[in-house]
Ligand binder design. Structure first.
Ligand code: NDP
Length: 507
């Protein structure tokens, strides 16, 4: 179709769609998911050696529901002595049973955990939403099914390592110390535990301070699956606990997901110790829309790219790069679409944007958004009512953004989109790569050749074409530059948990 005709059509479509939004305002009846399926204890101990134990530190902290600000439970804070007990339990389990167990036996435990996750999926989804603030439709349809899929997938690899790495004689490393963030608490636990266990390592896992509850429910599942005591240990606490895990001298492998700042400090702390390290850190991904893209699909991909999980996503498409010729129709459709997003009770099945995970994160988002306004970008937020209590932020987009603005450079980790424009593919590429990060990117175009041209030049570990934020356990995930190194998922995700005879390190 000639470009002028297409532009005309697009303009007509855009006018029609905004008229439609005005003509058909309809309210959704609330559809709250019951929380009765979840039983939250008053207090949670540390999961060490197959049992929940009181912390030697004697310290506890509250985990709260970010949608109501109400405390949910008291959770043990592991001190150095507790971390030491957990690492010793993991080491004993590795020496005593796990490292010698044939892969097919290890697989059985992983399959059991996966099946239990499926059987108790509603319970996990509701608990994830209560503790972290994410919409129930996301925890139900994304987090929990993907977590189960990860265990299934790596269960399949456990007895096939020699085929995965022919002639390389793979062996487990020993004890893995794993620290995870609060944006996908259960899913990140699965990403860390499944490959570690499949390859024959034992684990000490530290969940994030604000979202420990699904990891502790997973501990219950692990116990029910009869995993030998000490193979998985879960120590709750804050950053200091994480630091104690990663620096413990008997930990052989460190796997961290979180901020670039903490990732760098961990890299410094383990330098020269011989510990194996993988880091999955921040991002500032470009989601690039060319003029020949299907604009309505692109709008859905943009919304999914940045407003999914309140934008608490390391690979979020937080920088939208739009070809100048379609900027106006695209922006109009995007604004219309934003006006239909429902913000509020995360347990409501209609909710698109739930609660911001913590007060601290809300302050960080507010501060960065303020900087965007001060630096001269134009802000757009649809009108919507927010609940009186809890931590909330409206879906936000900025236009008139310069590459030098903080909102174009820094990871906001919230529902905030910065829109920039470009004229040529070369300019799009230049702008997309102009970031210290390199985790992900998106390309929207009808031309396969352009997708290939862009993807082979974008410095990003994961690139989606005509879609965004799609995950699959068989697909490797990880970054370049300040987004970290090492891959999780797929065959690649096994390698960081193994050493090989050919390395000369195995002994
Ligand atoms: P952190 O990197 O501080 O937290 C990630 C995990 O590391 C948590 O379990 C945390 O514990 C733990 N931790 C903190 N300090 C240390 C340390 N010195 N040694 C070992 N472990 C440590 O991220 P935040 O939660 O503070 O979030 C800050 C910013 O980081 C966000 O605004 C966002 O921009 C980015 N972020 C990026 C993520 C990603 O996946 N790329 C995930 C989370 C955050 P605790 O929870 O108690 O602090």
């Amino acid at each position: 179709m000639p470009k002028r005709k297409r532009d005309d059509l697009e303009r007509r479509d855009a006018t029609a769609s905004s008229a439609l939004a005005e003509r058909t305002p309809f309210a959704y009846a609330t559809a709250p998911e019951s929380s009765e399926i979840v039983r939250i204890e008053d207090k949670y101990g540390l999961f060490i050696g197959g049992d929940f134990v009181e912390p030697k530190s004697g310290r506890w902290f509250d985990t709260i529901n970010p949608a109501t600000e109400e405390p949910l439970a008291e959770v043990a804070e592991a001190g150095p002595e507790d971390v030491d007990l957990a690492v010793t339990a993991a080491r004993d389990a590795w020496d005593g049973t796990w490292s010698d167990l044939p892969g097919r036996e290890r697989a059985k435990y992983l399959y059991r955990i996966a099946r239990q996750l499926q059987e108790r999926s509603r319970e996990f989804a509701v608990l994830e939403t209560i503790d972290g603030g994410k919409p129930i439709k996301e925890s139900r349809d994304v987090d929990v099914p993907l977590a189960a899929a990860h265990f299934f997938y790596y269960a399949g690899w456990a007895d096939k390592l020699d085929y995965a790495f022919p002639g390389r004689l793979p062996r487990p490393l020993g004890v893995a110390g794993q620290v995870i963030p609060w944006n996908f608490p259960l899913l990140m636990a699965a990403w860390k535990l499944a490959p570690a266990l499949a390859t024959g390592n034992t684990v000490v896992l530290k969940p994030a301070e604000t979202t420990p509850l699904t990891a502790l429910l997973l501990a219950e599942v692990i116990r029910e699956a009869d995993l030998p005591p000490g193979v998985v240990n879960i120590v709750t606490g804050a950053g200091e606990t994480g630091a104690n895990v990663v620096t413990h001298q008997a930990v052989d492998k460190v796997a961290f997901t979180g901020s670039t700042e903490v990732g760098k400090s961990i890299q410094r702390a383990v330098a020269g110790t011989g510990k194996h390290l993988t880091l999955e850190l921040g991002g500032k991904a470009a989601n690039i829309v060319f003029e020949d893209a299907a604009l309505d699909q692109a709008v859905e991909g943009i919304v999914n790219g940045i407003y999914f999980n309140q934008g608490h996503v390391c690979c979020a498409g937080s920088r939208l790069l739009v070809q100048e010729s379609v900027f106006e129709p695209l922006l109009e459709r995007l604004k219309d679409r934003l006006a239909t997003l429902r913000v509020g009770d995360p347990l409501d099945k209609n909710t698109d944007i739930g609660a911001i995970n913590s007060k601290a994160q809300l302050s960080k988002i507010e501060e960065l958004v303020e900087s965007g306004v001060e630096e001269g970008a134009e802000i757009y937020q649809p009108a919507c009512d927010l609940p009186d209590r809890g931590y909330w932020f409206r879906p936000t987009l900025f236009t008139g953004v310069a590459q030098s603005h903080r909102i174009a450079r820094e990871e906001i980790f919230g529902p905030v989109l910065s829109v920039l424009t470009f004229r040529t593919p070369e300019e799009a590429l230049e702008k997309a790569n102009n970031t210290p990060y390199g985790l992900s990117a998106g390309v929207w175009t009808e031309k396969g050749s352009r997708i290939l041209w862009m993807t082979s030049r974008l410095r990003a570990g994961v690139i989606w074409a005509n879609t965004y934020n799609r995950f699959d356990p068989s697909s490797p995930f990880g970054g370049y530059k300040e987004s970290g190194f090492g891959r999780e998922g797929g065959l690649h995700g096994l390698e960081p948990y193994l050493e090989f005879e050919e390395d000369g390190r195995a002994g």
